[in-house]
Write a protein that binds this ligand. Structure first.
Ligand code: ATP
Ligand code: MG
Length: 572
């Protein structure tokens, strides 16, 4: 069953008419609003912070920071001064110069944001690492990137084996009573003494900005390098897709350790001069709703795994809070199941707008817009200025409704610049016809909407039929007992592969043979006989990345007794 399309939202949107804009837009238009368009002087941090600090937005709140212990806010003017100070600390203590890698390994805090911006002002390349990484994962990334300076906290310092990292010259520790020595400096103390004036390093559009190691859902993390030119698309999508208005209070729930937490947790909102709420600490349904109410959040960007957890917490919790400030809700990172969209309409009276993109693409590419009808389960349509298609393995475009490789025509502004130390890997992303091949499998319908089917490697061939795991998982989620589902293909001598589902049950449901049969029948009747899982296994939890994505390769490895590969990004 496909859900009814959800109607466009009436009102003033930055993207007024998708089809018209798609026909007429080209990227040279988008450059004109940047200060470097006339001055020729480019730097992401200048554009995101200083430009506003020197305008009538100077006293507008740029950053609201909130966790269990801290409740702070900083204006654009203050952000300029504090990031200048951080830049000066990095320059004087860390000897940081243009092109050096500065890594940041700590939980969200205002200091994290001052540091990222300060490093960028020096023309350094920032490498954000998620706080939960253990020693092996930290070492791999610092060694691969040859990081020169690391900013971390006392709690995480034990996971940094400085003696094994010959390129690491300086560690700045953010905490209290830090004992300084040749290697270690006290960040806060140095900040106090640092000047709030800094000469920003002007860069070329293709100079390095940020180095993101990908989530690791499929294999060993790779260092994806992005450059300053990406700001063009960060800005433009923040306008069209996040639909920012002057008075918005925006909350992106992603950690800067993942690309969403930088492209849309730092760059998108601040390039557009938007007030940005950052919430530290762990996920908890009540406190999340509390944040929306307290800050009057208007635009909210999160992920399917979070929405599924909120859904699992029940609708009663939602009713305790006033969420009427919410205007626009978006999702990224994993397929957004129609069931979740339906729930969003029920409890928030809001359509959740799915957006598709990858670490490698740097910014959103296929999205749902307020001015466009949403088909629940579809990722939407390519942003103006971007050509997307479904191609076969030779790069030939396939007609509508045929499953194939989701590919993007080369040439969008936020495209990765390289894979660090791995040119070969970089080249492997491309196919004849100038196609960037995503590794995702999808189809496009007659109206140009794209439908995610699964990772190419996860698509299941059963009795001659190609089945995308996403469709099966979404159907499973509609069953009232199912909280989460991960579906894989398991080799079978007769059918090629059979479908096996791993399921975590909702509270109050117990595994049983009857339930297995009931769920099988549910998929058979609701989707197709050949799509019904032949095997179902219940698990307490499914293996996930720390960004919340189900790791199907781990399910498969467990099932087939294969090596699980790199697990550095897996949740405990
Ligand atoms: P790795 O590349 O290291 O295996 P990863 O692919 O999970 O990890 P990311 O770059 O964070 O790393 O995620 C991009 C992938 O996430 C996409 O290729 C796609 O499979 C999935 N994804 C992102 N957004 C969506 C979406 N809206 N719908 C479906 N899938 C999505
Ligand atoms: Mg990937």
């Amino acid at each position: 069953m496909k859900l009814e399309a959800l109607p466009v939202i009436q009102g003033e949107h930055n993207l007024k008419n998708y089809e018209e804009e798609y026909k007429s837009f080209d990227w040279s238009k988008a450059k004109q609003q940047f200060s470097w368009y006339e001055s020729g002087k480019m730097n992401m941090a200048h554009e995101a912070i200083d430009r506003h600090a020197e305008s009538d937005k100077k006293n507008k709140v740029a950053l609201y920071y909130r966790d269990d212990k801290r409740n702070e806010k900083y204006t654009f003017k203050e952000m300029k001064e504090l990031s200048n100070k951080a830049g000066n600390v990095l320059k004087t203590i860390g000897d940081v110069e243009k092109g050096d890698r500065v890594f940041i390994f700590m939980p969200r805090s205002p200091e994290l944001y001052f540091s990222v911006l300060g490093a960028i002002k020096l023309g350094a390349i920032v490498g954000p690492l998620f706080e939960a990484f253990m020693e092996g994962a930290v070492t791999d990334r610092l060694a691969d990137s040859e990081a020169k300076v690391l900013i971390t906290t006392p709690e995480l310092l034990d996971r940094v084996p400085a003696d094994k990292l010959p390129h690491l010259k300086q560690i700045l520790v953010v905490g209290e009573n830090i004992e300084e020595n040749d290697l270690i400096a006290d960040f806060n103390k140095q900040m106090k003494d640092a000047s709030k004036h800094l000469d920003v390093e002007w860069v070329e559009p293709t100079d390095g900005l940020i180095l993101h190691y990908t989530s690791g859902s499929t294999g060993k993390p790779k260092g994806v390098l992005h450059v300053h030119n990406a700001m063009i698309q960060h800005y433009q999508t923040a306008k069209w897709v996040l639909d920012f208005k002057d008075e918005d209070v925006y909350w992106c729930t992603a950690d800067p350790g993942w690309v969403t937490g930088t492209s849309y947790g730092i760059f998108g909102p601040w390039l557009t001069g938007t007030s940005n709420l950052i919430v530290g600490g762990r996920f908890n349904p009540e406190s999340w709703y509390q944040m929306i109410e307290e800050y009057g959040v208007t635009v909210w960007y999160s992920a399917p795994t979070a929405f599924r957890m909120l859904m699992g917490a029940g609708d009663e919790v939602v009713k305790k809070f006033d969420l009427s400030s919410l205007r626009h809700v978006l999702s990224v990172g994993e397929p957004l199941n129609p069931e979740v969209v339906k729930w969003g309409v029920k409890v928030f009276n809001k359509r959740i707008h799915d957006t598709w993109w990858m670490t490698e693409t740097g910014a959103q590419l296929i999205c749902n817009y307020p001015c466009m009808e949403i088909k629940p389960g579809s990722m939407g349509k390519p942003i103006p200025g971007v050509v997307a298609a479904i191609v076969d393995d030779q790069g030939n475009e396939l007609p509508p409704n045929r499953m194939g490789n989701l590919a993007i025509k080369k040439g969008w502004p936020s495209m990765m610049h390289t894979i660090w130390n791995n040119e070969q890997k970089y080249d492997s992303y491309f196919m004849p016809g100038d196609w960037y091949v995503s590794g995702d499998s999808a189809y496009m319908d007659e109206e140009g909407y794209f439908w995610f089917q699964g990772r190419v490697d996860d698509v299941i061939m059963t009795s001659g039929e190609r089945v995308g795991p996403f469709e099966v998982e979404s159907k499973l989620l509609e069953h009232p007992a199912v909280a989460e589902a991960g579906v894989i293909g398991k080799p079978d001598p007769v059918r090629g592969e059979i479908i096996k589902a791993f399921i975590a049950l909702m509270d109050g449901h117990e595994p049983s043979d009857e339930l297995i049969e009931e769920i099988r029948q549910f998929v058979k009747k609701g989707l197709a006989a050949h799509a019904a899982p032949r095997e179902i296994e219940f698990r307490e939890k499914l293996p996930k990345t720390r960004s919340g994505k189900i790791m199907r390769r781990v399910l498969k490895a467990w099932e087939l007794d294969l090596p699980t590969g790199d697990l550095s990004t897996m949740e405990d």
